[in-house]
Write a protein that binds this ligand. Structure first.
Ligand SMILES: Cc1ncc(COP(=O)(O)O)c(C=O)c1O
Length: 380
């Protein structure tokens, strides 16, 4: 077939472009690793929308991840087993009680598959962490969204009532997302006393490490109830600074853990994440430092909000719900245009922005952008 001069030139151009792209790969990789992700448009944004730890993992954990990459050609069984052993020791439970997940959200999905299905119900708080509702619906279960109490705690009595005595699942996020508030342990214990045997309770402790210790709040792992209906989930995405690695776990009785594990992806957690998580568990200093920095930065956020006569909900986490005084979606859009991402669109709390507590520099930028809002927007 005759090739026209134009086609020939176009083909040469395409080949040249492919060659140039291939040749520039090392340069691009080098640039993105040495200039702090400048090639990634998302990195130009200040991310105060997903409750991540702005300080990232500790140096020990970063080194562990690099060493994990050196064995990336191997399947992760040995690392997973080492992590499970470490977690069991860490929480003083048996290894059969631990399930690992690709993030704790994977555990929520596994629990939905194990304990829900057509004819069953999930009861959870609204506004709440909606991933759980989505997983429940995918099993064919119905979802009862139960409003929080006036103090933004879970209305446990109403949640139990909405299940109507049938089998199902109650999801308690403690501390709660998006309000940052606590549900007292004694109230959860009272709930358990009244629940039928076939109703399971997932207690999501993703933000556990940020809570100021008090008599009213304590983890359900640290004081095991050995109740086969209770599943406690934790994540490495928050205080440990490993959100991008996707790793979390649950603790339950061995019998319940076995039912959950039936829906696990075989080797679903990668070797780098497992090694990073194991080392992160040793890093008490990093956890303490991050919790303290978060508490200081959060206090400064409250001070700044008070200075502007704004209303906010007292938080035990690394985020704060701030009353924006008008549609939070509109305010979030203003922030997005100014390169700051925020959470908004919470059911029945449409005027509330969820602001992740970032570094002092990030929070200064937050308030600079806030002060650009038209004055009327701040009228309460
Ligand atoms: C309440 C709650 N649970 C779980 C998660 C997700 O955890 P993971 O990253 O381990 O899936 C989040 C993340 O924002 C969360 O807010």
């Amino acid at each position: 077939m005759a090739i026209s001069r134009r086609t020939l030139l176009r083909n040469i151009g395409a080949t040249a472009a492919v060659t140039a792209t291939a040749q520039s790969w090392p340069t691009i990789c080098l640039a993105s690793s040495t200039t702090g992700d400048r090639s990634d448009p998302a990195s130009r944004m200040i991310r105060l929308d997903k409750n991540e730890n702005p300080y990232g993992p500790s140096d020990h954990v970063a080194a562990a991840m690099r060493s994990g990459m050196a064995i990336a050609n191997r399947f992760p069984e040995a690392e997973l087993a080492a992590l499970i052993d470490r977690l069991a020791e860490f929480h003083s439970v048996h290894r059969e009680q631990i399930i690992l997940g690709c993030g704790s959200t994977e555990i929520l999905r596994m629990c939905s598959c194990a304990f829900l299905g057509p004819g069953k119900k999930l009861a959870m708080a609204t506004p709440g962490f909606d991933a759980m509702a989505q997983y429940a619906r995918e099993t064919g279960a119905s979802v009862e969204m139960v409003p929080l109490t006036k103090t933004y705690a879970h209305d446990l009595a109403l949640m139990a009532q909405r299940l109507g005595g049938g089998n199902g699942l109650i999801y308690i996020c403690n501390p709660h997302n998006p309000t940052g508030t606590l549900t007292a342990r004694k109230d959860i214990e009272a709930l358990l006393r009244g629940l039928p045997a076939g109703t399971y309770v997932v207690i999501d402790e993703a933000y556990y490490h940020y809570v100021t210790p008090s008599a009213a709040y304590s983890s359900f792992i640290d004081h095991p109830v050995s109740d086969p209906r209770v599943i406690v989930t934790r994540t490495f995405s928050k205080i440990y600074g490993l959100a991008g690695m996707r790793i979390g776990y649950s603790v339950a009785t061995a019998e319940t853990a076995k039912r959950i594990a039936a829906y696990r992806l075989l080797d679903g957690v990668n070797v780098g994440a497992a090694r990073a998580a194991r080392i992160a568990l040793e890093d008490n200093d990093h956890v303490r430092t991050c919790a303290q920095r978060n508490a200081d930065n959060r206090q400064e956020f409250f001070n700044q909000a008070n200075a502007r006569m704004l209303r906010w909900i007292d938080s035990q986490t690394n985020f704060v719900l701030l009353n924006a005084g008008r549609s939070a979606n509109d305010v979030a859009e203003h922030f997005r245009k100014n390169h700051v991402l925020l959470g908004s669109g919470f059911r029945s709390m449409e005027n509330y922005l969820r602001v992740t507590v970032g570094t002092p520099e990030e929070m200064k930028e937050f308030w600079r952008v806030w002060d650009l809002l038209p004055q009327h927007a701040m009228a309460m």
